[in-house]
Design a protein. Sequence first.
Length: 190
Amino acid sequence: MNATIRVIAPWYGYYPILCDALRLQTYAHWTLDLVHDGPEIRPHTGAWRADPRITIRHTERRYNDWGHSLRAEALTAERLAAAGRMPDYVVVTNADNYYAPPFLEAMLLMAAGRSGAYCDCVHSHYGWRLLPAALTLNHIDCGSLLVETDLAIAVGWPGRQFAADWQWIAALLAKGGQFVHVAHPYFVHN
């Protein structure tokens, strides 16, 4: 496998644990577009700052819309191709989320011949319980989804309200997206 994956993650102020989780992945062909919502409040340190796969950007002003404006900007062909090569897949998540080391590799293996894959998660908003994922409202978070780049660009990021995660997934399905369920909790939502 040599497919490339771009991870898109809005971020505001907290330590971006996602960087550490990605650096521990068993699959190495990923890049991270880490976008801070507004000027950085305090710099964070860590080995991840020197990882060439991680691009750190800041917005001039704070949008304060759960990162949805940042996701919309990052899901454009121009932004996705900015690193020199259009990635094969994208994952849209938040910088406070964590992924088990086999996440990217397992998702790629299962996604073959489909629009992508999605996995179960452990969800902080549900008392850290296992959330078996389903492609229905309140049963999936966008962070558990790996999506072909062409489909992600065609749909863009459709909303700015709290439930925009689900609107994006619904739009991917309405555009003909076909996703396979990976029945493992590789994703930890914080």
